[in-house]
Write a protein that binds this ligand. Structure first.
Ligand code: GLN
Length: 537
C-alpha cells in the first residue's frame, strides 16, 4: 500500500516550457500547506549523468551534498524548497540502462530475454519509488524531461502508465504542461497543439488529470472549456501559466490558479492550511522594489548561455535582494574579448566574479581580470577554477614565479601552484573529481570567518586539482592568506588577498547552497561591500 503520493509532470508541444519551475512552484505550495515534498527529475538522455556534458548543451551541472552531478533543475528545487536533494533525485536513461545491463551481466535475470518492458520500465519505476521509501515524504513529484512524443521518452511514459495502474488512481496525479500559442495573424490563442499532445499521451495510455498551459495572455473561459472538452480534463483543472516577470512569481501565480488544490483533490489529500508564502512574498517584495543597483562583472567562457552559470546567477540575485538591491550582471567573455576590453568592462563594475571552469580556453582573460581587480581593489570573488587562477596570478605577478601554473593547463610547469595530489596521479584517468559537501575549517582571523560567523562550514566541491601545499608559506609571507582548509585533509579551501577590501577566492562552490530563504552569506556580503564601495566612488 502506497504511503507516499506521486505526481508526474510531463511536457508537450515544445521543450523549454519551464517544467522545472512549475514543478518547484507546485512543490513549494504543497510544502507551505504542511506536506513533506521532494522532486525528482528523469532525463531521457544516454549520458550516465550531466557531469560530462558541455554546459552549452544543458546549462550548468548542479552538484548535490552527496556528490551527484545533476541537471540544473535540481538547483531550482533546492532554491525554491530550501531542502537538500541527492543522487536519487536525478536519473538518466544512461543510468537506468547501466543498472539493467550490469544486472544482466551478473546473471540476475536468470536467462530471461532482457527487454524495455518489463526490465527497463521496472528499473525506472524502482528509481521513482526509492524516494517513497522510509516514509520521508508525503508527496513525490517526478518531472519527466523531454517532450511527449520523443522516442526516448516512451519508456518513461509507459512507466507512468504502469505506476498509475499499480498504485491506484487516488495515489497518482498526472500533470501535463503544454503551450497555448497566440497566433497574431488569426488574432487568437490556439489550442490545437495542446489537443495533439494530450492525444499522444492518451495513445500511450496516460490520461492527464491537470493541464498547465503556458501562454503569453490570459486564457478565457471559452478557451479553457474548449481545451477541457478535447482532452477529458475537468475545466477547473485547465490551469493557466502566464509568462511571468520572474521565476519567483510562479508559485504565487500557481496559487492563484489553485494548482495545488487541484492536485490535492486528485490525490484525496486534505487541503490543510492555506499556503502563506510569507517569507517568499517578503523576498519578492524586496526583489521588485530595490533601493538601487549594483553591477557585477561575471567573467567566464560560457557567458552567451546564462544557464551555464545558473546557480551563481541565482545566488547573486539572492544576495542582492537581501541587501534590497538589484544586481545587474555584465557577462564578460574571457575568451573572446581582448585584455583591454576586459579591463574596460571591469572598471565599470562594482565587483567581479571569476567563474568556475575546465581547460585552457579563456584562462588568460580570467587572469587579466583577477590582476586588474586585485591591483585596483575592486571586490573580487573567485569560485573553484577562479580560486586556482587567482593563485596562479598571485604567484606570477607578486611572487614573480613567471611560469607558475596549474598542471591542468601546463603539465610541465616548473611551478605547479595548482596540481593533482600524489595519490590522484596514480589514477589512469588523471585523477577523480572531488565531489559533494565536505567540511572546512575557517581561520579565526580571516575575513571569511567574519562573514560566516562560524569556524566550521560545509560546502560542495566539483574539481580535480588542488592548491599545492608546498607554496603555503610563500603565499602567506607575501600577503595571500590561507583562510580555510579542509577539516580532514588540510587541503587549501580559501585564499584571501590581504591588501584589499574584498578578495576571497574559494575552492568550493558556495553558489550551490544559496536558496531564496537562505541567501548565501558570501554572496550577500560580496554584494554589500561592492555596493558600499560604489557609493564611495
Ligand atoms: N578545472 C579545475 C579542476 O578540475 C576547476 C574545476 C571547477 O572550476 N569546477 O580542479
Amino acid at each position: 500500500m502506497a504511503t507516499s503520493k506521486y505526481i508526474f509532470v510531463t511536457g508537450g508541444v515544445t521543450s523549454s516550457l519551464g517544467k522545472g519551475i512549475i514543478s518547484a512552484s507546485l512543490a513549494k505550495l504543497l510544502q507551505e500547506r504542511g506536506y513533506r515534498v521532494t522532486i525528482q527529475k528523469l532525463d531521457p538522455y544516454i549520458n550516465i549523468d550531466p557531469g560530462t556534458l558541455n554546459p552549452y548543451e544543458h546549462g550548468e551541472c548542479f552538484v548535490t551534498d552527496d556528490g551527484a552531478e545533476t541537471d540544473l533543475d535540481l538547483g531550482h528545487y533546492e532554491r525554491f524548497l530550501n531542502i537538500r536533494t541527492s543522487q536519487d533525485n536525478n536519473v538518466t536513461t544512461g543510468r537506468i540502462y547501466q543498472t539493467v545491463i550490469n544486472k544482466e551481466r551478473k546473471g540476475e535475470y536468470l536467462g530471461k530475454t532482457v527487454q524495455v518492458i518489463p526490465h527497463i520500465t521496472d528499473e525506472i519505476k524502482r528509481r521513482i519509488k526509492i524516494l517513497g521509501e522510509d516514509d520521508k515524504y508525503d508527496i513525490i513529484i517526478t518531472e519527466i524531461g523531454g517532450t511527449v512524443g520523443d522516442i526516448e521518452s516512451l519508456p518513461y511514459i509507459e512507466s507512468v502508465r504502469q505506476l498509475n495502474w499499480e498504485l491506484g488512481d487516488e495515489n497518482v496525479a498526472i500533470i501535463h504542461l503544454t503551450l497555448v500559442p497566440y497566433l497574431a495573424a488569426a488574432g487568437e490563442l490556439k489550442t490545437k497543439p495542446t489537443q495533439h499532445s494530450v492525444k499522444f499521451l492518451m495513445e500511450s495510455g496516460v490520461q492527464p488529470d491537470i493541464l498547465v498551459c503556458r501562454t503569453d495572455r490570459h486564457l478565457s473561459d471559452e478557451i479553457r472549456k474548449k481545451i477541457a472538452l478535447f482532452t477529458n480534463v475537468k475545466k477547473g483543472n485547465v490551469i493557466e501559466s502566464i509568462d511571468a516577470e520572474t521565476i519567483y512569481d510562479v508559485p504565487i501565480l500557481m496559487e492563484k490558479e489553485q494548482l495545488d488544490k487541484a492536485v490535492l483533490e486528485k490525490l484525496h489529500l486534505p487541503e490543510k492550511q492555506k499556503p502563506e508564502l510569507k517569507q517568499w512574498k517578503d523576498f519578492l517584495h524586496k526583489f521588485k522594489n530595490p533601493k538601487d543597483t549594483v553591477k557585477i562583472a561575471l567573467v567566464g567562457k560560457y557567458v552567451e548561455l546564462h544557464d551555464a552559470y545558473k546557480s551563481i546567477h541565482e545566488a547573486l540575485i539572492h544576495g542582492a535582494t537581501q541587501n534590497q538591491l538589484k544586481v545587474e550582471i555584465d557577462w564578460v567573455h574571457s575568451e573572446k574579448l581582448s585584455d583591454k576590453e576586459i579591463i574596460e568592462r571591469i572598471n565599470k563594475a562594482d565587483g567581479v566574479i571569476i567563474a568556475p571552469g575546465f581547460g585552457t580556453r579563456g584562462t588568460p582573460g580570467k587572469i587579466t581580470a583577477i590582476k586588474h581587480a586585485r591591483e585596483n581593489k575592486i571586490p573580487l570573488f573567485g569560485i573553484c577554477f577562479g580560486m586556482q587562477l587567482a593563485a596562479i596570478e598571485f604567484a606570477r605577478n607578486v611572487l614573480r614565479l613567471k611560469e607558475a601554473d596549474s598542471t591542468e593547463l601546463n603539465p610541465d610547469t616548473p611551478e605547479p601552484v595548482i596540481s593533482l595530489l600524489e595519490d590522484q596521479k596514480l589514477d589512469l584517468l588523471g585523477g577523480t573529481m572531488r565531489l559533494g559537501a565536505q567540511e572546512c575549517k575557517l581561520d579565526p582571523d580571516s575575513h571569511i570567518q567574519k562573514i560566516y560567523g562560524k569556524e566550521t562550514i560545509s560546502e560542495r566541491h566539483r574539481h580535480r586539482y588542488e592548491f599545492n601545499n608546498k607554496y603555503i608559506d610563500l603565499f602567506e609571507n607575501n600577503g595571500m592568506k590561507i583562510a580555510a582548509k579542509d577539516l580532514k585533509t588540510n587541503l587549501v579551501e580559501v585564499l584571501e588577498y590581504q591588501d584589499h577590501p574584498w578578495f576571497i577566492v574559494t575552492q568550493f562552490h558556495p553558489e550551490y547552497k544559496s536558496t531564496v530563504l537562505n541567501p548565501h552569506p558570501l554572496f550577500t556580503d560580496f554584494i554589500k561591500t561592492a555596493y558600499e564601495l560604489k557609493q564611495k566612488k
